[in-house]
Design a protein around this ligand. Structure first.
Ligand code: NAP
Length: 652
């Protein structure tokens, strides 16, 4: 089901069994009340549903999901009564579709559901709600701006970022080719097929704002569902003719004075071809080149080894003694998923993860709730919006550094509150295993590394008799297994690396030369940067999506960031075509000034201040991955092309 269908829904009638009072009561019992109140206010054009007394909280509590917007029992009871009454009115009046809210009504709805957001947020919030429908689609067409001009764009990567880039450029009538090394779209969701792989961000918010899906199967769906979403999106958007799959990009060479790019690619049969494009969009992701540490003797090990992102489905784990190295987001999912199957599991941990209590983490969405998504116009939209809004700015203060804070293990009073709450969560889970407890509570501040979703399965797994948590450092691999610093040899038949990715090595799989034959990797010298995470001086018309410093740790939505970067790129192409220029080259002062500001702000955040290892930092110790500012700043910065930030290269 797509969003348009959910916005229309089926016209109910008073004697429709699907709309029986019992059905409505059950639906209200499971509903996200603030979302349902907003939807009903919109459909029935009645502000009684958005009574300020029933406003949800916008700030996620220190440890846990924000259920029912923080409403107390009494207010929940009132809200349920209102919702039941509203659904009956909907049924009895046979309303089948909700009109898009007027700007005044939208503003009132947002004031109810996202109160605390000042006026400057409203356009961003409307964008996230996709109101007006597909409002971010380019309002121009190449042929209208310049009927004579061809503009070809190569998009590298057919994952979350590449697909939206291709879609938006296609909407503008720009000739776009999407290259991907894999035989299908989906990027990380295509590649990661390890057992237990699923979303660990709220599912509804993990969908394009303009291609929402109202009927996800789970609160945090499996990798298969997410992959299906991207496959379907590519189909619906008509991207098939634009896809060049199983094709590696080998090199990008900027041509002067033509001011275009030679893109050299290698097909599955090994044939290399060079094609000319006016611009290149890098949508290669940050987390797809596996990092396998150089443990001494690694090659001596006689058993099977593989990385989580290259899962060996040909190896049957049944009866094997398996070691999993690494307890980041991937290890945290794979360990509980394989524990039952293997003979014995040894988990090699260097730093434990902080975990966010999320009881519904692996649950399917109840039928009653799905009924609401399918039958009540706009309910899914408001539900998605709440997932987004409660996981953005409200969370920032928990990870901001207070320079006067001196307590070990936290960076501020709010961060300490979070640390205590998360520690209590772990302590409760390991109360019956005091031997494990000291090893599962991190010493670093929450937010210094990614917080992981937990429904208790991690603790249950580590407490199993056939699972061992090893915290001594790995000293070497032997023929038979892994030896740790305490001298113990852990005998193993297979070793699975969940040791992450070379995230900071942007575009490392290709040679890139810009103006004056400058080499991108030499220019970056191991410290990738970009202006707004998008453009790099001396590499005109090379645009990155999910580029340097655009990863989000706690406050925000990678999907939104991706959409905003793409909208900026589309504006850049529009400006080139409108003004008849060939290329835009980011100015070095804009790039340097921007990155200085990013660096200063990252030092003020838990992930920048803490000493702990993480993929957020590059080999020079600089945070090269993360965005440190409020989400609104990215929105504001990507709305228009700042002329001073670019040198324009004319067409020859
Ligand atoms: P990761 O977070 O970088 O974790 C790597 C793990 O390997 C860490 O526990 C790390 O220990 C350990 N490690 C690395 N080098 C080691 C060494 N030399 N010796 C011992 N241990 C070593 O990688 P990931 O788990 O693949 O996750 C990466 C990112 O991908 C996540 O943060 C997330 O953004 C994304 N992801 C998302 C999902 C999802 O949405 N469901 C799932 C998986 C991944 P230290 O902690 O001590 O460094």
């Amino acid at each position: 089901m797509d969003q348009d269908a959910a916005d229309r829904a089926t016209a109910p009638s008073p004697d429709d069994a699907e709309w029986s009072d019992e059905r409505l009561r059950n639906a209200v019992a499971t509903a996200d009340l603030p979302a349902l109140l907003a939807a009903l206010a919109q459909i029935l054009d009645d502000d009684a549903f958005i009574d300020p007394a029933l406003r949800p909280d916008s700030v996620i509590p220190p440890a846990g999901a924000l259920y029912q917007g923080g409403l107390d029992e009494e207010r929940q009871r009132r809200a349920r009564g209102l919702c039941l009454d509203g659904l009956r009115r909907l049924r009895d009046s046979g309303v089948a579709a909700a009109p898009e809210p007027t700007p005044a009504r939208l503003s009132r709805l947002l004031d109810f559901i996202a109160h605390g957001a000042d006026e400057s947020y409203l356009p961003l919030l409307a964008h996230e709600l996709d109101l007006p429908r597909d409002g971010a689609a380019p309002a121009w067409k190449l042929k209208d701006l310049d009927p004579e001009r061809d503009f070809r764009v190569a998009v590298i990567g057919a994952g979350l970022s590449g697909l939206v880039a291709a879609h938006r450029l296609k909407q503008a009538g720009v000739d776009v080719v999407v290259f991907d090394k894999n035989p299908d779209v989906g990027g990380t969701w295509y590649e990661n097929t390890y057992p237990g792989c699923r979303l660990d961000t709220h599912n509804y918010a993990y969908s394009y704002s303009f291609a929402q899906k109202p009927d996800w199967p789970c609160y945090f769906s499996s990798r298969e569902s997410i992959q299906d979403y991207f496959v379907k999106f590519a189909e619906d958007a008509g991207l098939a003719p634009h896809l060049r799959l199983s094709t590696h990009i080998v090199a990008l060479d900027f041509q002067e004075p033509a001011a275009n790019w030679n893109v050299r690619h290698r097909a599955a049969d090994g044939t290399e071809t060079t094609e000319v494009f006016d611009a290149v969009v890098s949508a290669v992701g940050q987390l797809n080149q596996p990092l396998v540490p150089e443990f001494p003797g690694r090659e001596r090990f006689q058993g099977e080894t593989w990385h989580t992102a290259r899962w060996r489905h040909d190896v049957d784990l049944t009866g094997l003694r398996v070691g999993v190295v690494g307890t980041g987001a991937s290890g945290f999912q794979v360990v509980p998923a394989i524990a039952e199957q293997v003979e014995h599991l040894t988990v090699f941990q260097r730093n434990p993860p902080w975990t966010l209590p999320t009881p519904r983490y692996m649950d399917e969405i109840e039928e009653e709730l799905l009924w609401l998504f399918r039958n009540v116009p706009y309910y899914a939209r408001w539900y998605r919006f709440l997932q987004f809004w409660t996981s953005v700015e409200g969370r920032r203060r928990f990870v901001e550094v207070d320079p006067d804070w001196t307590k070990e293990g936290s960076v501020s009073e709010a961060n300490e509150v979070l640390r205590v709450a998360l520690t209590d969560h772990l302590t409760a889970q390991f109360a019956d295993r005091p031997d494990l407890l000291p090893h599962v509570v991190p010493a670093y501040p929450p937010g210094a590394k990614r917080l992981l979703r937990d429904n208790g399965s991690w603790a249950r797994t580590l407490k199993r008799d056939d699972v061992a948590l090893v915290t001594d450092r790995i000293s070497e691999f032997t023929e038979d297994g892994i030896r740790t610093a305490d001298g113990a040899l852990h005998e193993l038949d297979a070793v699975i690396y969940s040791t992450g990715f070379t995230a900071s090595e942007f575009l490392s799989t290709m040679r890139v030369t810009g103006t004056g034959k400058r080499d991108l990797h030499e220019f970056w010298d191991g410290d990738a940067r970009a202006y707004l995470g998008i453009t790099v001086p001396h590499f005109p018309n090379l645009f990155c999506v999910y580029g340097p410093n655009t990863n989000l740790v706690v406050n925000g939505s990678t999907v939104l960031f991706t959409e905003l970067a793409v909208e900026y790129i589309v504006k850049a192409v529009e400006s080139l075509v409108r003004d008849g220029d060939a290329a835009l080259d980011c100015r070095e002062d804009a790039y340097l000034g921007y990155n200085d500001a990013v660096d200063a702000e990252n030092k003020r955040m838990a992930w920048g201040a803490a000493e702990v290892s993480s993929w957020y930092k590059n080999s020079k110790g600089r945070v090269s991955q993360c965005w440190p500012f409020p989400l609104l700043d990215y929105w504001t910065s990507t709305r228009t092309l700042t002329p001073e930030a670019y040198r324009r290269i004319p067409r020859t």
